[in-house]
Design a protein around this ligand. Structure first.
Ligand code: AHG
Ligand code: MN
Ligand code: MN
Length: 320
């Protein structure tokens, strides 16, 4: 942002940043509204009662009260906001209409990612996708994405297609710019590995062995948001939750978790694939569709594509 002098650069709050970036007014307001909602979800985390709600979400996982209440907080903030026509959430069985029907945007939410970590006090997060059309359209409809990390600090990374930028919530309750136009290096030094090792495929295992031989450092918290945020802020590395022998599509949800993070990573000069195809090129067939994922800096993702396709190639591993 060359038209902001260095002296005042760190007092650029989220609204001013989006205005200077020339983001469409309803989209600016929507991103701002969701960022503010992060403060309410954070307050809920602090007062959380940590008891299981007894609900089961559509993945048949026990739902912490916090998952449900975070979803309800988001719905209440977006309902009749004037910007959102439909809302889809990891905690709901189907897309719901929460506007009058003429609003510009469609929102996807993982209201609370990493809910199994709440009682450990590890960082958790919220993941948001903003679409200009129905959410089952893949790359063609996604126009913005953001995630909020509830950790020692509350930070928020957003992109509306003009780079990925990080903001920190300061003591005055403002989101101020902390890292603009995040740009990943060609390669990094950390790897983040999901899924049980004894359920990995041979190609995936050989890829991991390659990374280990190259001296990558293991960083895996079990929270998708902080695990991705670490790669974003350290500007390189790879996160993977692969296809498993018992679950070919891996664990992570294409619409609620992978598409928004793929958008943000691509905007930061990184990549995200399912092992073969760009995550954002996959046209979702259902809300609860899962996908394997390799996401991070280019070198590691291209290397993953090589290893994951090795057994398909005639020469097998020799030509890697
Ligand atoms: P959620 O809490 O929204 O259900 O997401 C949990 C996900 C994701 O945060 C993380 O990467 C993954 O679960 C961890 O899975 P494992 O416990 O199998 O490692
Ligand atoms: Mn999640
Ligand atoms: Mn969740």
């Amino acid at each position: 942002m060359d038209n902001i002098s260095d002296a005042t650069k760190h007092f650029v709050d989220l609204r001013r940043h989006m205005w200077i970036a020339g983001i469409e007014v309803d989209l600016r307001r929507l991103i701002w509204q969701i960022a503010v909602t992060g403060k309410y979800i954070s307050a809920k985390i602090h007062e959380s009662n940590r008891k299981l709600a007894g609900f089961k979400n559509i993945y048949d996982e026990d739902q912490l009260a916090l998952d449900k209440s975070s979803d309800q907080i988001l719905q209440s903030q977006l309902r009749f906001s004037g910007f959102v026509r439909e809302y889809a959430s990891e905690e709901l069985d189907s897309v719901i209409q929460i506007g009058k029907g003429d609003e510009k945007y469609y929102v996807t939410a993982d209201p609370l990612d990493g809910s199994s970590l709440v009682d450990t006090n590890l960082s958790i997060g919220t993941i948001i996708g903003i679409h200009k059309g129905p959410v089952l359209s893949g790359r063609n409809s996604l126009v913005a994405a953001m995630y909020i990390t509830y950790g020692p600090l509350i930070t928020m990374v957003y992109s509306a297609g003009k780079g990925s930028h990080e903001f920190v919530l300061n003591r005055e309750g403002e989101y101020v710019l902390s890292s603009e136009n995040i740009t990943l290096h060609e390669r990094g030094t950390i790897y983040s590995l999901g899924g049980l090792r004894n359920e990995w495929t041979d190609d995936h295992r050989r890829y991991v062995e390659y990374l280990e031989a190259e001296g990558y450092k293991l960083r895996y918290s079990g929270g998708f948001v902080p695990d991705i945020n670490q790669i974003m802020i350290k500007k390189g590395g790879v996160f993977t939750y692969p296809s498993l022998k018992t679950s070919g599509k891996g664990k992570l949800r294409l619409i609620f978790e992978l598409q928004p993070m793929a958008f943000l990573m691509e905007q930061a000069g990184g990549m995200a694939i399912d092992g073969h195809t760009d995550i954002l090129s996959i046209v979702p067939e259902s809300l609860d569709q899962r996908s394997p994922v390799y996401i991070g800096s280019k070198f590691e993702i291209e290397k993953a594509r090589e290893y994951l396709n090795a057994s398909k190639r005639k020469g097998g591993l020799h030509d890697l």
